[in-house]
Design a protein around this ligand. Structure first.
Ligand SMILES: Cc1cc2nc3c(=O)[nH]c(=O)nc-3n(C[C@H](O)[C@H](O)[C@H](O)COP(=O)(O)OP(=O)(O)OC[C@H]3O[C@@H](n4cnc5c(N)ncnc54)[C@H](O)[C@@H]3O)c2cc1C
Ligand code: SF4
Length: 516
């Protein structure tokens, strides 16, 4: 490659000319891209990971609620637009080595086996995946090892079958969460230990602080894609990384069957990246936007003969529920250890409702976004006496829920939530459950278009090129040398956190897609 190496980080390149070449170019260094690079580290190919962001600095502000939530210090994405209202908004997207996992909550469940089939919901059908759970299971197991997942098998009634136990024992509940788990069991429910990626191994650095979910880890103890996948990949000597390099378009050969160049900007300078094979892992919205910006005269957007690029945008229907017991102060520090799937599968007239899990402990700065008008002392009192929950229900694929790029190049997101009635029922049941468990005051706030954490579905996978963008191995139907390894390819969103599924599939793409 026509580049110079950075002596401090193995594999970190600084381009010394207008062109870089490699065998496989992976665009995006988040959960999908970094895990794919990890899978290819011993493949013999020269792998180049291209990332628009830089390394997220380790600094005291990592753990400052004011810096992270009030000043939004690490929110570095450009504004997007709500296609319905025209409103400009700042998406919850983070452009760094490690992508959104630098700030994620590190809850790493597998999808349920039923999620891979067609699922009838109250408001429509969730599509079947083009391969069964059994195909992904060995990759889930490997991803759990890579991301040091701590958990307990056999507690969750909806848990899919596993070829082995969790790599590490579950993160123990703190007293208030353990008491809540007991109270839920007394109601006949089956709370379980959340599968979690934090480093609590015997020599692990995690101190179980209150500033994990939504914050970067000052100690590097969170199982993010930078720490667990990209750094080991770079250390192999076969993987290189270009940071501060945004890919702006993909160019093809005249028949439009092969990508020949990725046009990019590195620190404001034009750069051409030549590779035999290209993998997109920019996150579901940015991957769709990049394909749409790469018009080749044949279709509107590259890999888009189906017209499906950008469509079927899904993001989960989600609610933050704060349950307050004004009589007892909460002393919980690391709260995110409990899950509940009792209403995950079809449940009478309402159909499947979704997942309930504890959030990272809210404080006044983190709760401010939910209740902008409440005075700080009141927020302090409420979050000082609360258990905080995150509720997610499946968002169904709808062709008109759609990412587009306007003539100025800005991203527009059209999203009308689908399947809201079951989500409301999930909120109702959870509120009732929490009141019975001793929390008489409940506040519930549903998340809107700005909360883009669980985005997926914008370049759906399937066997039929007329209705899908990539084939079951995540190779573009229209092109011979382009794959996708983030969550764009998800045919449905399921209702649990997507990170482990993105990672497991990236490992699968490396092997089944013939990349190694
Ligand atoms: C606050 C928060 C909490 C979360 N908690 C959880 C959780 O507990 N569990 C869970 O499973 N998931 C969680 N998520 C979601 C999870 O982080 C994402 O699902 C996951 O990171 C998506 O992986 P990805 O590879 O698709 O995209 P990302 O991880 O976002 O990576 C995409 C990368 O591509 C880069 N990029 C984008 N465009 C370009 C371009 N044109 N050129 C070059 N580079 C580009 C970006 O900078 C980024 O680094 C959370 C997310 C957030 C924001
Ligand atoms: S809880 Fe552990 S992994 Fe999370 S930020 Fe704190 S030290 Fe890091």
């Amino acid at each position: 490659m026509n580049t110079g190496h950075d002596p401090d980080i193995p594999g970190l390149l600084r381009p010394s000319g207008p062109e870089v070449d490699c065998d496989i170019a992976v665009i995006g260094a988040g959960m999908g891209g970094a895990t794919l690079a990890y899978a290819l580290r011993d493949s013999g190919a020269r792998v180049l990971v291209v990332e628009r962001g830089d390394f997220l600095p380790r600094e005291a502000a990592n753990w400052s609620p004011h810096a992270v939530f009030t000043e939004k210090r690490y929110r570095n994405a450009e504004h997007w637009y709500d296609a319905g209202t025209g409103r400009r908004f700042q998406p919850g997207v983070h452009y760094y080595v490690g992508g959104n996992t630098k700030v994620f909550g590190a809850t790493l469940p597998r999808f349920r086996e039923a999620d891979f089939g067609p699922v009838r919901h109250a408001e429509g059908l969730s599509r079947a995946w083009p391969f069964p759970y059994a195909e992904l299971e060995p990759y889930y197991a490997e991803a759990e090892r890579i991301y040091r997942v701590h958990g307990t098998a056999g507690q969750d009634p909806t848990e899919p079958w596993r070829s082995g136990g969790f790599p590490y024992p579950a993160v123990p509940h703190e007293p208030a969460v353990a008491a809540l788990a007991d109270a839920l069991r007394a109601q006949g429910l089956a709370p379980f230990d959340l599968p979690t990626g934090i480093d609590l191994r015997p020599d692990g650095a995690c101190v179980r602080c209150a500033t994990c979910d939504g914050f970067p880890c000052l100690l590097g103890a969170k199982s993010d894609a930078d720490v667990c996948a990209l750094r080991p990949a770079l250390a192999s000597g076969n993987v290189s990384l270009l940071t501060r390099t945004t890919v702006t378009g993909l160019r093809t050969d005249p028949p439009g069957r092969r990508v020949t160049v990725a046009a990019a900007r590195h620190d404001g300078t034009e750069l051409r990246i030549r590779a035999d094979r290209y993998v997109l892992a920019c996150g579901a919205v940015n991957t769709a936007a990049l394909l749409l910006r790469s018009r080749n005269g044949r279709h509107e957007g590259l890999a888009n003969s189906s017209g499906q690029v950008g469509r079927n945008y899904m993001v989960h229907n989600s609610t933050f529920l704060v349950a307050v017991d004004p009589r007892h102060p909460s002393r919980t520090v690391f709260q995110k250890t409990l899950g509940l799937n009792d209403w995950y599968l079809a449940n009478g007239a309402h159909g499947p409702l979704g997942n309930v899990q504890t959030l990272g402990k809210l404080g006044p700065a983190t709760a401010r976004g939910l209740h902008p008008r409440l005075p700080t002392p009141l927020l302090e009192f409420l979050t000082g006496h609360s258990v905080d929950l995150y509720l997610t229900s499946e968002d169904l694929p709808a062709p008109d829920n759609r990412v587009t790029v306007d003539p100025s190049g800005a991203i527009r997101v059209g999203w009308r939530p689908v399947n809201l009635a079951p989500h409301r029922e999930l909120v109702r049941r959870t509120a009732r459950m929490m009141r019975r468990a001793g929390y008489p005051l409940i506040s519930a706030r549903r998340m809107g278009i700005d909360v883009t954490s669980h985005q997926c579905g914008t370049a759906v996978a399937g066997a039929d090129p007329a209705t899908s963008v990539v084939d079951p191995t995540c190779k573009a139907h229209d092109l011979n040398n382009l794959w996708i390894a983030d969550s764009s390819w998800f045919p449905s969103s399921a209702a649990v956190n997507p990170g482990l599924t993105i990672a497991a599939n990236a490992l699968r793409v490396a092997e089944k897609g013939g990349l190694r």
